[in-house]
Every structure is written in C-alpha cells, then in structure tokens.
Design a protein around this ligand. Structure first.
Ligand code: A2P
Length: 295
C-alpha cells in the first residue's frame, strides 16, 4: 500500500498530509480539540489569524509532551493585513499567538480581487519571510485560476500550497490542474463536505451519499474516512475539522485501506460544480475585512 501520510512540498519541506482544521472552532473548544488530535497522532494543525484561535492552538501544542518542532503549524494572513509591511507584521502577530519563532507554512487566506496589488505585496512579504527563515514554506488559499495566473507572472516564489474548498460535491478540477502544472500542492478545506451539510436547509450531505456509503460499507469504514482516503490517494492534503474526540480519531484512521481505481472514479463523478463557501472573486475588504488583534 503506498504511503500517503507525508507529502513533500515544492521546496523540499515535508508535511503530514492530514491535519486538524479548526475553522469555526470557538477558542474555548480549540485547546481540547488540538489536544485530542495530538493524542490521536495528528502532527499538523491548520489555523488562521481570522479564526481567532491561534493562541489556543499554540497552547495545546506547548502543553503536550511533544517537541513543538514535531508539530507542523499552518496559519493564514487575513485580507485586512495585506500590503508588504502589514503582512510582515501579521506574521509577528501569528507567531506570537502560536508561541513559535518560525511558522511551518504561512499562506494568504484569500485573494483580494478588488485590490490585487495589495495581495501581491502581501505575497512579496511572505517571500521575504521565507528568505529570512521565519517561515519554512509559503502559499495561498482560495486562489482561482486567474488569481494564481497573475501571482505566478508577477512574483518569484511558486506557492507550495493552494488551499481550496474541495470535496466530492465540488472538485474544482481546473484549479487542481493549474496547481499540478506548477508544482503547487492542492490542499482541501472542508474535505468531507462539511460546508454543504446545511445548505438551503436541504438534505445534501456527502455523509449520506449512497455512492460513498456503499464504498464505505465495502471497506468497513465510514463515509468520512472514504472521502479523506479519496483525497489522499489523489495526492492532496486534507484538514478535516472536528471538535469531537471520537470523530477526530476516526478522521486520521485512514491509512489501513485502499480505494480501487473504480471507487476513486465513482467519487470523482459526484462533482456538482456547486460551491458551498463564499465566491472568491467577490471577497472585498468592505464585506469581509476586520482587524486582527495584536494579542
Ligand atoms: P464536529 O466538529 O461536531 O465533528 P469539513 O472539515 O469537511 O468542513 O467537516 C466539518 C464538519 O463535519 C463539522 O460539522 C464536523 O462536526 C463534522 N465532522 C467531522 N468529522 C466527522 C466525521 N468523521 N463524521 C461525521 N461528521 C464529521
């Protein structure tokens, strides 16, 4: 069985393929979620300045018996901190809250299409942080084809990662293809489709999908585990979110089975082309901007 537990980024840095996501995890629940994840064997946590829980992520890592160098920390600069100097300062804020001198992977949370010059300046600050050894790798999130194309034309360091919404109901194949062409690792947020669970108040859950359910039964695994394995076998990183210790443990128990080519294709065929999260082209400072606190 091929080892899909570790991925090597385009600059040689190794990253555990599966991490815990803490989007929308309230600060007071974050510490226990990260502790549960570390006990279950996770060595990669994905947070963001905008989530307001970087401090609790750092505390959980530092309170654990692990050497903090063993835990891969990924965080994101929010759009309100875009611009060269503001992004350098954004790094300082995140590093302080996480309690580290060096961040493993620092990415831009969104493109800001209404001020792409500020987005490029923010990325140039990431390049400086990389050159100075303050971060081990840099990347982007929610960058669509046109955002990535411009970034690649106008900056120097190819992003290591593009973290995008990606689950069986929304596969973004054109973004995945551009990432792959350029050696950028596609990382899936909402990898089990959590963003779709409550859409339109209607039943649209990937967890109840009959195709995924049948595959899960055949392997004596859960639908969530099947979806995570689908990503990993196709070479993607995943950061499933959970605050429940049992589901946290379930989500990393995906390294002892293998999906067939036919099963992967059956899941590929579920793509609806319908996005669950915000449309990246419509992100503006006016609607989404908010200050990131110093502490
Ligand atoms: P909870 O935190 O209560 O476990 P995604 O990362 O794809 O957006 O999914 C996150 C959502 O899926 C959350 O609502 C989370 O709730 C739920 N979830 C996480 N892991 C599982 C699992 N193994 N089975 C069912 N639901 C899960």
């Amino acid at each position: 069985m091929p080892d899909v537990s570790t991925l090597t980024l385009n600059n040689g840095v190794e990253m555990p393929a599966l991490g815990l996501g803490v989007f929308q995890t309230p600060p007071d629940e974050t510490r226990s979620a990260v502790e549960a994840a570390l006990s279950a064997g996770y060595r990669h946590i994905d947070t963001a300045a905008a989530y307001g829980n970087e401090r609790q992520v750092g505390e959980a890592v530092h309170n654990s018996r692990l050497d903090s160098a063993e835990v891969f920390l990924e965080t994101k600069i929010w759009i309100s901190d875009y611009g060269y100097d503001k992004t350098l300062h954004g790094f300082e804020k995140s590093a302080r809250k996480l309690g580290v001198d060096q961040i493993d992977l620092l990415i831009l949370h969104q493109a800001l299409p209404s001020d792409f010059e500020a987005t490029l300046e923010a990325y140039r600050a990431l390049e400086t942080l990389l050159a100075d050894g303050k971060v081990r790798a840099i990347g982007v999130s929610n960058f669509m084809v046109e955002h990535l194309t411009t970034l690649l034309e106008r900056t120097t360091v190819v992003p290591a990662v593009n973290q995008i919404e990606l689950h069986p109901y929304f596969a973004q194949r054109e973004v995945q293809a551009l990432d792959a062409e350029n050696g950028i690792l596609t990382q899936a947020w909402s990898p089990i489709g959590g963003i779709t669970f409550y859409r339109d108040g209607q039943h649209s859950s990937t967890l109840d999908d009959p195709v995924i359910g049948d595959i899960a039964k055949a392997h004596d695994k859960t639908p969530a585990q099947v979806m995570l394995r689908w990503h990993l076998q196709q070479g993607r990183s995943v950061i499933p979110k959970s605050t429940n210790p049992q589901r946290i443990a379930e989500n990393i128990d995906v390294f002892d089975f293998e999906l067939s080519t036919e099963e992967l294709a059956a899941i590929d065929a579920l793509d609806t082309g319908k996005r669950g999260g915000p449309e990246p082209e419509l992100i503006t400072l006016e609607s989404f901007g908010r200050p990131i606190p110093e502490d």
